[in-house]
Design a protein around this ligand. Sequence first.
Ligand code: NAD
Length: 285
Amino acid sequence: MKAKLLSGKLLADRIKEDLKDEIKTLGFPLTIAAIEVGDNPASGLYLKAQRKTAEELGINYRLFKLETKISVEELLKLIGDLNQNNSIQGIIIQAPLPPHIERYKIIAAVNVLKDIEGMHPENLGYLLLGKPRFIPCTAEAVFSLVKSTEINLYGKEVVIVGHSEIVGKPLSLLFLNEFSTVTVCHIGTSSAGHLEVHVKMAEILVVAVGKAGLIKGDWVKEDSVVIDVGINKIEDKIVGDVEFEKASERASFITPVPGGVGPLTTAMLMRNLVRAAKIQKSVSQ
Ligand code: NAD
């Protein structure tokens, strides 16, 4: 294998060590309120990982598990109460929400200083302006892994496959802020038969789709950086979206799945919580 492995776990451990000190200095208990509506096996796994990381850092993690049929008004009432509760510094709205609840309206109701997922329209606006307050955790995890290679991003060809609100879109802004040339691909790119052409151009390739084997190993440019965000369960094995074996013979850096972006995402969430607690403290003084 030619490529160096980019371990999200190692980076996450370093971030968590720093956070432990910062939490001690803050001197008051931190609490996350996570809201889950209905039952979803995939989100159950994310919540478990979040709780585990929170506990490692001595952060309280309160899960509000709500019935699928909850009304929008009831949900907004709960968020209003959590917004007012000074012992809670961060609020998470776990995706997916049932079809009768529009996610953006719920996120817009979260106190913008408690929006540790960085998904409130105001926080996304700050990111667009190049002045981020909270960056969506997965996008920040990907960006930190790329930064850890110490490759100069100025003028680099960055190709992002997947244009979701939590990964592809915010990530494109982070790279643009570094003057990279950013191409964002999605289902339309594949339908038009253009995905391979774009991927072959990528000096930095990020894939966040959720389809195993979508990116063929021989599409990967020699000496590129490959970040695979995808999580797919194939016969009890977790794999990403990129053909790992072949890609790792061509790339200079590549993330493993699992052990790449995943563990770093929850560390970023905790970093946003500590940032939120500091901001809230400074405005209350
Ligand atoms: P999403 O489902 O919201 O969006 C999927 C994206 O892929 C869309 O832009 C869609 O147009 C694109 N797409 C679908 N089929 C395609 C194709 N054939 N060719 C090109 N593009 C195609 O995605 P999401 O919520 O960003 O999640 C993407 C993947 O990343 C999933 O596997 C998810 O489990 C994983 N994920 C991992 C983490 C982590 O922390 N490691 C966090 C979030 C998501």
